[in-house]
Ligand binder design. Structure first.
Ligand code: DX5
Ligand code: ZN
Length: 218
Protein backbone atom coordinates (compact mmCIF):
# COMPACT_ATOMS: atom_id res chain seq x y z
CA UNK A 1 0.00 0.00 0.00
CA UNK A 2 1.27 3.45 -0.89
CA UNK A 3 1.15 5.96 1.97
CA UNK A 4 -1.72 8.43 1.57
CA UNK A 5 -0.87 11.85 0.23
CA UNK A 6 -2.73 15.11 -0.24
CA UNK A 7 -1.80 17.16 -3.31
CA UNK A 8 -3.41 20.62 -3.01
CA UNK A 9 -4.32 22.03 -6.42
CA UNK A 10 -2.99 25.57 -6.73
CA UNK A 11 -5.70 26.21 -9.31
CA UNK A 12 -7.76 27.22 -6.26
CA UNK A 13 -5.03 29.46 -4.84
CA UNK A 14 -4.42 33.17 -5.41
CA UNK A 15 -2.86 33.22 -8.89
CA UNK A 16 -1.21 36.55 -8.19
CA UNK A 17 0.57 35.02 -5.19
CA UNK A 18 1.28 31.42 -6.11
CA UNK A 19 4.87 31.62 -4.90
CA UNK A 20 3.56 32.46 -1.44
CA UNK A 21 0.96 29.67 -1.67
CA UNK A 22 3.52 26.96 -2.47
CA UNK A 23 5.94 28.27 0.16
CA UNK A 24 3.11 27.89 2.70
CA UNK A 25 2.44 24.33 1.58
CA UNK A 26 6.09 23.46 2.06
CA UNK A 27 6.26 25.23 5.43
CA UNK A 28 3.16 23.30 6.53
CA UNK A 29 4.91 20.01 5.83
CA UNK A 30 3.05 18.99 2.70
CA UNK A 31 4.99 16.89 0.23
CA UNK A 32 3.07 17.30 -3.02
CA UNK A 33 1.51 20.13 -4.98
CA UNK A 34 -0.83 19.57 -7.93
CA UNK A 35 -0.35 21.89 -10.91
CA UNK A 36 -3.16 22.03 -13.50
CA UNK A 37 -2.04 22.91 -17.01
CA UNK A 38 -4.91 23.85 -19.35
CA UNK A 39 -4.73 24.83 -23.00
CA UNK A 40 -8.19 26.30 -23.72
CA UNK A 41 -8.68 23.52 -26.27
CA UNK A 42 -8.70 20.12 -24.57
CA UNK A 43 -10.50 21.92 -21.74
CA UNK A 44 -12.40 25.21 -21.85
CA UNK A 45 -10.00 27.12 -19.61
CA UNK A 46 -6.45 28.43 -19.51
CA UNK A 47 -3.93 28.33 -16.69
CA UNK A 48 -0.16 28.46 -16.94
CA UNK A 49 2.90 26.94 -18.59
CA UNK A 50 6.31 25.48 -17.74
CA UNK A 51 7.77 28.81 -16.68
CA UNK A 52 5.30 28.89 -13.79
CA UNK A 53 6.62 25.53 -12.54
CA UNK A 54 10.18 26.81 -12.77
CA UNK A 55 9.30 29.93 -10.78
CA UNK A 56 7.25 28.08 -8.15
CA UNK A 57 10.17 25.74 -7.49
CA UNK A 58 12.27 28.69 -6.40
CA UNK A 59 9.68 29.43 -3.68
CA UNK A 60 9.19 25.79 -2.65
CA UNK A 61 12.04 23.60 -3.91
CA UNK A 62 11.20 20.63 -1.66
CA UNK A 63 7.68 20.02 -2.96
CA UNK A 64 6.95 17.28 -5.46
CA UNK A 65 5.42 18.93 -8.55
CA UNK A 66 2.55 16.72 -9.70
CA UNK A 67 1.84 18.22 -13.10
CA UNK A 68 -1.49 17.44 -14.74
CA UNK A 69 -1.43 18.22 -18.45
CA UNK A 70 -4.91 18.92 -19.84
CA UNK A 71 -3.71 19.47 -23.38
CA UNK A 72 -4.83 18.36 -26.84
CA UNK A 73 -1.18 17.78 -27.79
CA UNK A 74 0.57 16.74 -24.58
CA UNK A 75 3.54 15.26 -26.46
CA UNK A 76 4.59 18.78 -27.48
CA UNK A 77 5.08 19.96 -23.89
CA UNK A 78 6.44 17.08 -21.78
CA UNK A 79 10.07 18.06 -22.36
CA UNK A 80 9.44 21.67 -21.36
CA UNK A 81 7.76 20.64 -18.10
CA UNK A 82 10.50 18.15 -17.32
CA UNK A 83 13.08 20.86 -17.94
CA UNK A 84 11.12 23.28 -15.74
CA UNK A 85 11.25 20.86 -12.82
CA UNK A 86 8.00 18.88 -12.84
CA UNK A 87 8.50 15.66 -10.88
CA UNK A 88 5.51 13.80 -12.29
CA UNK A 89 3.86 14.52 -15.61
CA UNK A 90 0.42 13.04 -16.20
CA UNK A 91 -1.27 12.96 -19.60
CA UNK A 92 -4.86 12.25 -20.60
CA UNK A 93 -5.88 9.19 -22.57
CA UNK A 94 -8.65 11.04 -24.47
CA UNK A 95 -6.74 12.87 -27.23
CA UNK A 96 -6.42 10.79 -30.41
CA UNK A 97 -2.89 9.42 -30.02
CA UNK A 98 -0.93 6.48 -28.69
CA UNK A 99 0.07 7.48 -25.15
CA UNK A 100 2.62 4.70 -24.71
CA UNK A 101 5.60 6.38 -26.42
CA UNK A 102 4.91 9.54 -24.44
CA UNK A 103 4.61 7.67 -21.12
CA UNK A 104 7.94 5.97 -21.82
CA UNK A 105 9.51 9.24 -22.94
CA UNK A 106 8.53 10.92 -19.66
CA UNK A 107 10.34 8.20 -17.73
CA UNK A 108 13.37 8.55 -20.00
CA UNK A 109 13.43 12.21 -19.03
CA UNK A 110 13.92 10.97 -15.45
CA UNK A 111 10.39 11.86 -14.34
CA UNK A 112 7.45 9.88 -13.03
CA UNK A 113 4.55 9.50 -15.44
CA UNK A 114 0.81 9.25 -15.06
CA UNK A 115 -2.18 8.39 -17.23
CA UNK A 116 -5.43 10.31 -16.66
CA UNK A 117 -8.99 9.43 -17.62
CA UNK A 118 -12.13 11.56 -17.64
CA UNK A 119 -15.38 10.60 -15.85
CA UNK A 120 -17.03 9.36 -19.06
CA UNK A 121 -14.04 7.27 -20.18
CA UNK A 122 -14.25 3.57 -19.28
CA UNK A 123 -11.59 2.30 -16.88
CA UNK A 124 -10.78 -0.41 -19.46
CA UNK A 125 -9.24 2.28 -21.70
CA UNK A 126 -6.27 2.69 -19.37
CA UNK A 127 -5.82 -1.00 -18.54
CA UNK A 128 -3.21 -1.65 -21.27
CA UNK A 129 -0.91 0.97 -19.74
CA UNK A 130 -0.92 -0.07 -16.09
CA UNK A 131 2.51 -1.74 -16.23
CA UNK A 132 3.99 1.41 -17.75
CA UNK A 133 2.84 4.05 -15.28
CA UNK A 134 3.75 5.47 -11.89
CA UNK A 135 0.26 6.85 -11.37
CA UNK A 136 -3.31 6.56 -12.63
CA UNK A 137 -5.39 9.70 -12.19
CA UNK A 138 -9.16 9.29 -12.06
CA UNK A 139 -11.01 12.52 -12.84
CA UNK A 140 -14.19 12.88 -10.80
CA UNK A 141 -15.28 16.07 -12.58
CA UNK A 142 -15.09 17.12 -16.23
CA UNK A 143 -11.69 18.82 -16.23
CA UNK A 144 -11.41 22.56 -16.72
CA UNK A 145 -12.60 24.21 -13.53
CA UNK A 146 -12.27 23.85 -9.78
CA UNK A 147 -15.24 23.86 -7.44
CA UNK A 148 -17.39 21.26 -9.25
CA UNK A 149 -19.24 18.34 -7.63
CA UNK A 150 -17.71 14.90 -7.31
CA UNK A 151 -19.05 12.34 -9.79
CA UNK A 152 -19.76 9.21 -7.73
CA UNK A 153 -20.03 7.04 -10.86
CA UNK A 154 -16.21 7.02 -11.01
CA UNK A 155 -15.88 5.16 -7.68
CA UNK A 156 -16.61 1.76 -9.26
CA UNK A 157 -13.88 2.48 -11.83
CA UNK A 158 -11.43 3.16 -9.01
CA UNK A 159 -12.38 -0.17 -7.48
CA UNK A 160 -11.66 -1.93 -10.80
CA UNK A 161 -8.27 -0.27 -11.11
CA UNK A 162 -7.40 -1.15 -7.52
CA UNK A 163 -8.31 -4.77 -8.27
CA UNK A 164 -6.20 -4.80 -11.45
CA UNK A 165 -3.31 -3.25 -9.51
CA UNK A 166 -3.51 -6.01 -6.93
CA UNK A 167 -3.94 -8.82 -9.46
CA UNK A 168 -0.89 -7.67 -11.43
CA UNK A 169 1.20 -6.99 -8.31
CA UNK A 170 1.75 -3.38 -9.36
CA UNK A 171 2.33 -0.39 -7.10
CA UNK A 172 1.38 2.68 -9.15
CA UNK A 173 -0.35 5.42 -7.22
CA UNK A 174 -4.09 5.91 -7.74
CA UNK A 175 -4.99 9.58 -7.60
CA UNK A 176 -8.39 11.29 -7.57
CA UNK A 177 -9.01 14.83 -8.82
CA UNK A 178 -12.23 16.84 -8.71
CA UNK A 179 -14.69 17.65 -5.94
CA UNK A 180 -12.59 15.98 -3.26
CA UNK A 181 -13.59 16.91 0.29
CA UNK A 182 -13.55 15.01 3.59
CA UNK A 183 -16.72 13.12 2.67
CA UNK A 184 -15.93 12.19 -0.95
CA UNK A 185 -12.36 11.31 0.06
CA UNK A 186 -13.77 8.56 2.28
CA UNK A 187 -15.43 6.91 -0.73
CA UNK A 188 -12.18 7.16 -2.69
CA UNK A 189 -10.03 5.79 0.13
CA UNK A 190 -12.38 2.81 0.44
CA UNK A 191 -11.96 2.25 -3.32
CA UNK A 192 -8.16 2.13 -3.01
CA UNK A 193 -7.17 5.73 -3.78
CA UNK A 194 -3.90 6.78 -2.10
CA UNK A 195 -3.34 10.24 -3.62
CA UNK A 196 -5.92 13.01 -3.19
CA UNK A 197 -6.01 16.26 -5.15
CA UNK A 198 -8.04 18.98 -3.47
CA UNK A 199 -8.42 22.54 -4.71
CA UNK A 200 -11.37 24.40 -3.21
CA UNK A 201 -11.78 22.15 -0.19
CA UNK A 202 -8.14 22.65 0.83
CA UNK A 203 -7.76 26.35 0.09
CA UNK A 204 -11.14 27.22 1.65
CA UNK A 205 -10.68 25.02 4.72
CA UNK A 206 -10.86 26.92 8.00
CA UNK A 207 -8.08 24.63 9.29
CA UNK A 208 -5.91 23.37 6.44
CA UNK A 209 -3.77 21.17 8.69
CA UNK A 210 -6.89 19.45 10.06
CA UNK A 211 -8.17 18.95 6.51
CA UNK A 212 -4.88 17.35 5.50
CA UNK A 213 -4.94 15.06 8.54
CA UNK A 214 -8.52 14.02 7.81
CA UNK A 215 -7.46 12.91 4.32
CA UNK A 216 -4.15 11.23 5.07
CA UNK A 217 -4.78 9.72 8.52
CA UNK A 218 -8.00 7.84 8.36
C1 DX5 B 1 -9.99 20.28 -12.69
C2 DX5 B 1 -8.58 20.22 -12.09
C3 DX5 B 1 -8.56 19.99 -10.63
C4 DX5 B 1 -9.20 21.04 -9.82
C5 DX5 B 1 -9.80 20.42 -8.62
O1 DX5 B 1 -9.89 20.42 -14.05
O2 DX5 B 1 -7.85 19.19 -12.70
O3 DX5 B 1 -7.26 19.74 -10.17
O4 DX5 B 1 -8.30 22.03 -9.43
O5 DX5 B 1 -10.47 21.39 -7.94
P1 DX5 B 1 -11.56 21.08 -6.84
O6 DX5 B 1 -10.87 20.34 -5.74
O7 DX5 B 1 -12.02 22.45 -6.44
O8 DX5 B 1 -12.63 20.27 -7.49
ZN1 ZN C 1 -5.82 18.33 -11.90
Amino acid sequence: MNPKLLAPSILAGDHAALGIEVAKLQANGLQWVHVDIMDGHFVPNLTFGPHMVKCLKKHAPDLFYDTHLMLSEPWKYADAFAEAGSDLISVHIEPDYDPLPLLRHIRKLGKKNGIVFNPKTPAEAIKPYLEEVDMVLAMTVEPGFGGQSFDTSVVSKMEKITLWRKEAGLSFRLEVDGGVNTETAKLCAAAGVDTFVAGSAYFNAADRAAFEQSITHR
